[in-house]
Design a protein around this ligand. Structure first.
Ligand code: MGD
Ligand code: MGD
Ligand code: SF4
Ligand code: MO
Length: 716
């Protein structure tokens, strides 16, 4: 008999509400839940393939241990935790807790519990070596508000905006940033129907750029110059919200002076965007009256990410894009704690320069995490405090970290390498233990990650859809299990977990949501997702008496960085590394069918591109470099050379290659590029042009050369 139950998809972080058909404890079909008030039945091709993912023949159904001959043998999860806890204890006893690191990747975020339990486990063993994918994603998103300050009343949201500016993101595919990721196509269509103006800044004609009122095709990596130019127009033409700025913002004159040298002529020459379009973008954004500027990975992975992100904040600030006293807060949160919304600035409080120093490149802890871009070096560099044990949780270092060759070397340097993964990923293949986890539809969950992203106070709790039959465990159960064996604590912000007897997942969710604005049991009681607005609007309160907290338009180090950018030499063509000749810049992108490295093994998702990450390029570049559409090419950076499969596209301008990350595998498998793709991360040099605060490497706008492959590679 087929039973239909409501749940939410966790193939990506958009958490679409779904209906799941279950037969004999097996997931057989997934559809969008048309009754859901936020998603309205939306799903994408990945979500509809959840049954294939769950029932995949190569999915790990038991944990594995590497044997002395290099083969993997099944091991029970209890036995694996016994052995791992013993080895971790020995490493800590001999080398101190810093030697034990964890790296939480994408799937630690698609889970309400994993991140907070991992972090608390680190506190329990007193190891500062807590790493996540945030520091190789958009760490500037945490640095910028800590330096610029934020607004306690909240920002204008997309739903009420008259203008939206998207800078290096493509939310209709990525479900991330700019447009709320809950059926973003429909939201964009409806917003444009009510008059929203859309400005997109992207070197290529992305999916969202095709719908833009104004598309600025910036040269890759030149967002700081373009945004400084737009800010300069705001000042020049008197488009700044003078009242708001006078009452709430510091260092405005310093910002005006710092952008003064970014004249329209200079901006046009450097960014490739015609001066008239720069002016139009500034005017369109300023006109509003409501609006929101936001950025994505494209801009954040290119040089000067903290500067770029700060300029995005200043655009919003100069135009006063914040909720004022008396306005209704559209979403005061459901699972997050209740907090006051006030018409005042939350002043800067730098999120760096505290805590544990990194041993390399003068980096340090940022917002309580260590920088992942430096983790390979932490593992390889000899000396006291060297990282010797790594637990990767739903992440894939060999696919995703900057400088793949160095990452592979680091994996081999580890005394203990543990990967919690659903399959033998590029990283799992190099691990000592691979822990087999439950998949999303086998465990209860809660929309913690997206709580503040919804345009209304929406939340969704799901029970498990099916009962896992094999020896698979949840990520938090692994950390609880080793903490239990090592006699350490797991103290979550909502309270400690009992350490004598293992709690249930629902009991852990109760602790995770202990301070929620709406009691978790109310969310649990709804069948599917629900809106919890209580009928009473939450409004922005007045500025507290005597407070003169201000947002900071241009702290001295930011003004200095703007001067540095202005002083950079303009190099002919696309190459911007002095002394080196490069014809192209390789930029990052997302593909609809895959989520970083996930989905590559699901036949229904590889149908379009044959299981590779095409190197999209302009046909004219092909002709110029003797490359044919569909041919295998060599792409060379200052660090390494990889293979890719050329795919001609008029959407990509000349001088640019657009290619997704986390593909390919170790160099020995390069010749299989047509079925496994190429590793753009091998092209990244994490010691060159890195961000001095976060260590963020140049993962987009990478200077490269491209040519036909010398070694013939069999046709696909
Ligand atoms: N050059 C370049 N580099 C980049 C980027 C870029 O744009 N360009 N993007 C960066 C960004 S934004 C990010 S977030 C990182 C991504 O970095 P990672 O998160 O390290 O990479 P993923 O490929 O997403 O790895 C996810 C792993 O989780 C496994 N998995 C899937 N489902 C589950 C599950 O339910 N449970 C568990 N335990 N595991 C599961 C998958 O098999 C896969 O091995 O890469 C970064 N690197
Ligand atoms: N389908 C799918 N969805 C995903 C993912 C996936 O792999 N597949 N990954 C998830 C992850 S981990 C994240 S962090 C989010 C990211 O979400 P987004 O930030 O929206 O990522 P992208 O879709 O890659 O969009 C980045 C855009 O920036 C452009 N770009 C590249 N370089 C530059 C530049 O120098 N300047 C400017 N202005 N633009 C540039 C690219 O052409 C691209 O269109 O997506 C998430 N969602
Ligand atoms: S956008 Fe697709 S993958 Fe992401 S949650 Fe929705 S259905 Fe799942
Ligand atoms: Mo990401």
């Amino acid at each position: 008999m087929i039973e239909t139950k409501k749940s939410f998809c966790r193939f990506c972080h958009a958490f679409c509400a779904i209906e799941v058909d279950v037969e004999d404890n097996k997931v057989i079909e997934v559809r969008g839940d048309t009754s859901d008030p936020i998603y309205g039945g939306y799903t994408c091709i990945k979500g509809r393939h959840l049954p294939e993912q769950h029932n995949h023949p190569e999915r790990l159904r038991s944990s594995l241990k590497r044997m002395p001959d290099g083969s993997f043998q099944p091991i029970s999860s209890e036995q694996a935790m016994d052995e791992i806890a013993e080895r971790l204890s020995a490493i800590i006893a001999e080398h101190g807790p810093r030697a034990v690191a964890s790296y939480n990747g994408t799937y630690a975020f698609c889970n309400a519990i994993t991140l907070s339990v991992t972090r608390a486990w680190h506190a329990g063993v007193k190891s500062p070596s807590y790493y996540t994918s945030v520091t190789i994603d958009q760490p500037a998103k945490a640095i910028a508000p800590s330096r610029h300050g934020s607004w306690l009343g909240g920002s204008h949201g997309f739903e009420s905006a008259d203008v939206a500016m998207l800078i290096g993101n493509n939310p209709v595919v990525s479900m991330f940033g700019g447009i709320p990721p809950f059926n973003p196509w429909k939201r964009l269509r409806e917003a444009q129907a009510r008059g929203l103006k859309l400005v997109v800044i992207d070197p290529r004609v992305s999916d969202v750029a095709r719908r833009a009122d104004l598309h600025l095709q910036v040269r890759p990596g030149e967002d700081p110059t373009l945004l400084a130019g737009i800010v300069r127009v705001l000042f020049e033409e008197g488009l700044v919200d003078g009242d708001f700025v006078a009452g709430n913002v510091a260092h405005v004159e310093e910002l005006r002076q710092a952008v003064d040298a970014f004249t329209l002529d200079y901006v046009e020459e450097r960014t490739g965007v015609p001066a008239a379009l720069v002016e139009r973008a500034a005017r369109m954004f300023a006109e509003g009256p409501r609006g929101v500027a936001s950025s994505g990975t494209g801009a954040n992975m290119s040089p000067h990410p903290n500067l770029t992100e700060h300029l995005v904040h200043t655009l919003n600030t100069l135009c006063g894009r914040y909720l004022r006293e008396g306005e209704t807060v559209p979403n005061p949160g459901v699972i997050g704690p209740a907090r006051p919304f006030l018409a005042q600035a939350n002043p800067p409080n730098p999120a760096w320069g505290k805590g544990e120093p990194s041993r390399v490149r003068g980096l340090g802890e940022i917002f309580g995490e260590m920088p992942t871009a430096a983790l390979s070096d932490e593992i390889i560099t000899p000396g006291e405090g060297r990282v010797r044990a790594l637990i990767s949780v739903g992440g894939n270092p060999v696919g995703a970290w900057p400088d793949q060759l160095k990452t592979i070397e680091a994996m081999k340097h580890l005394d203990l390498n543990v990967s919690i993964d659903i399959k033998m990923s590029q990283t799992a293949k190099l691990a000592d233990y691979v822990i087999a986890p439950k998949l999303s539809l086998e465990r209860p969950d809660l929309t913690v990650l997206t709580d503040s992203w919804y345009p209304v106070p929406y939340a969704h709790h799901t029970p498990a859809m099916v009962e896992a039959e094999d020896d698979v465990i949840e990520e938090w159960e692994f950390f609880w299990g080793i903490a239990h064996r090592m006699n350490t604590e797991i103290n979550l912000p909502g309270g400690p977990l009992p350490m004598d007897a293992k709690p249930t997942t629902e009991q852990v969710l109760d602790v995770v949501a202990a301070k929620s604005r709406i009691p978790l049991d109310r969310v649990r009681a709804a069948d599917g997702g629900g809106v919890f607005d209580d009928g009473e609007a939450v409004r922005v309160g007045p500025k507290a008496a005597g407070v003169d907290a201000r947002l900071d338009a241009a702290p001295p180090d930011l003004a200095e960085e703007l001067r540095e950018v202005r002083a950079e030499p303009l190099v002919e063509g696309a190459g911007y590394l002095p002394g080196e000749e490069f014809t192209h810049r390789l930029i990052s992108r997302r593909m609809r069918e895959f989520y970083n490295s996930s989905g590559r093994d699901i036949a229904g998702l590889t149908a379009r591109d044959g299981g590779t990450n095409p190197a999209f390029m302009n046909p004219r570049d092909g002709a110029e470099h003797g490359i044919e559409d569909g041919a295998v090419v060599e792409i060379e950076s200052s660090r390494a050379t990889i293979l890719g499969v050329a795919a001609f596209s008029d959407d990509v301008p000349s001088g640019v290659i657009s290619m997704a990350h986390s593909w390919g595998d170790v160099p020995a498998l390069d010749a299989e590029v047509r079925s496994i793709g190429g590793s753009t991360n091998r092209l990244v040099n994490n010691e060159e042009a890195y961000d001095p605060i976060t260590g963020m490497a140049r993962q987009s706008a990478i200077p490269v050369n491209v040519r036909p492959a010398k070694v013939p590679v069999a046709a696909g």
